[in-house]
Design a protein around this ligand. Structure first.
Ligand code: OSB
Ligand code: MG
Length: 404
């Protein structure tokens, strides 16, 4: 992009900031449940997943603008308790009917429309993402600029998100070191390894021995107990960027005790599900770094509030991933390009996940381990209808729950 054009755009954005934008009226909401094979299975402490499952939300406004959102879930209720079937049920029976016909002058007013329904954060985040995309497109804005518009004063999109790669549990230490080396050769500047009880200290030792200087971190996905603190303290010698969610998915408090025992910063993922949880974690000293997943916290409005809290408290922040399809990936890159997202995010290039994604263009890894925000209004990527239909068919044919 040329400097002159970019400067004019920035000036327009500065003038727009704080001003009201054009409202949207939600005319219809269509749900598409899709199944898309991963290039390789992804194994964590709670199990292995072979395919991405997602409910894609297609929202049309009265003016004919179409917004897309992704409910990032998994085949098994391992990370969270939602599945494609529960997300579909909650969306179709409750959330979508409460949204259709409503007019929004500010996308942050959306959560109030569905406030009377509790839980199902991933389902509500998918619908809210479609609202944000439609709202940005209605106002001829990229989604990243729309987020910046509602971020604290002076926070403008940085155009690129700095990213890393999350590596699942491999069959051996040698296999892990080989995958790490391959990802580094591809240009990833930060590596996250999944760990579980019995697959931790020797893993960190082997990868550190092979790569003494890389940015390295571990993610336990809640596998440890408070009494494992002594054991986990052995990880301090490996100069890790952080250890993510060592203790239970619903435990904030004991992470505070653990952090006192560890030099390695504790990063919370699963157990921080809202801005309120984040305040509690800060108050009890349970959090050194936040992994913010818009899907986990119920959407981008709550994410923006948590972003503000991180910025105010100088809490290091990055955006987590759920191995999303392009719809969710594009929105997450748009958010991760905000300036207070100051550690590498778990958003890798399309070819780390899929042979062919459902959207175009693909995300490719750029210089210094970055992904560029997609050009174009809203999420900036286009759903490919033929691939969408094929992925819906795959879901209908292979639905492991045997549902209709
Ligand atoms: O804990 O961060 C996690 C994927 C599925 C469920 C939970 C997690 C993950 C990842 C994937 O680590 C990160 C990515 O999307 O690349
Ligand atoms: Mg995690």
């Amino acid at each position: 992009m040329t400097g002159g054009w970019r400067n004019a755009l920035n000036l327009a954005r500065l003038m727009a900031k704080g001003k009201d934008l054009k409202a949207i009226t939600i005319r219809s909401i269509d749900l598409h449940t899709v199944l898309l094979p991963y290039l390789a299975p992804f194994e964590t402490s709670f199990g292995a997943e072979t395919d991405k499952v997602a409910v894609l939300v297609e929202l049309a406004t009265d003016a004919g603008v179409v917004g897309w959102g992704e409910c990032s879930i998994e085949l098994w209720p391992g990370y969270g308790y939602e599945t494609a079937v529960t997300a579909e049920h909650i969306l179709a029976e409750f959330l979508a009917p409460a949204a259709v016909g409503e007019t929004l002058a500010d996308p942050r007013d959306f959560p109030a429309l569905i406030k009377r329904f509790r839980g199902s954060h991933h389902a509500r985040a998918g619908l809210e993402a479609a609202v944000w995309d439609a709202f940005a497109k209605t106002n001829d804005m990229r989604l990243t600029d729309c987020f910046a518009h509602y971020a604290p004063a002076g926070h403008e999109s940085e155009e690129r998100a700095t990213v890393g790669v999350s590596i699942g549990i491999q069959p051996s230490l040698e296999a892990t070191v080989a995958v790490v080396s391959e990802r580094l050769a591809q240009g990833y500047g930060r590596v996250k390894l999944k760990i579980k009880r019995g697959w931790d200290v020797e893993l960190a030792r082997a990868v550190r021995a092979a790569h003494p200087d890389i940015l390295l971190m571990l993610d336990a996905n809640s596998d440890y107990r408070p009494e494992d603190a002594e054991h986990l303290a052995q990880l301090d010698e490996f100069n890790l960027l952080m250890i993510e969610q060592p203790l239970s998915h619903d435990d904030i408090y004991h992470h505070g005790h653990l952090q006192k025992r560890l030099k390695t910063p504790v990063c919370l993922d699963e157990s921080v599900k809202s801005a309120s949880d984040l305040q509690i974690a800060l108050q009890v000293g349970a959090i050194g770094i936040l992994n913010l997943k818009p899907a986990r916290v119920g959407g981008f409005t709550e994410s923006l509030e948590m972003y503000r809290i991180c910025a105010e408290n100088d809490l290091p922040l990055w955006i987590g991933g759920m191995l999303e399809i392009g719809v969710g990936r594009a929105a997450n890159v748009s958010f991760a390009a905000l300036p207070a997202v100051n550690l590498p995010s778990d958003i890798s290039a399309t070819d780390r996940y899929f042979a062919a994604d459902l959207t175009e263009p693909a995300f490719t890894l750029g210089p210094e381990s970055t992904l560029a925000v997609a050009d174009g209004y809203g999420i900036g990527v286009e759903v490919q209808r033929d691939r969408l239909e094929a992925a819906k068919r795959r879901w209908r044919e292979q639905n492991p729950y045997g549902g209709a």
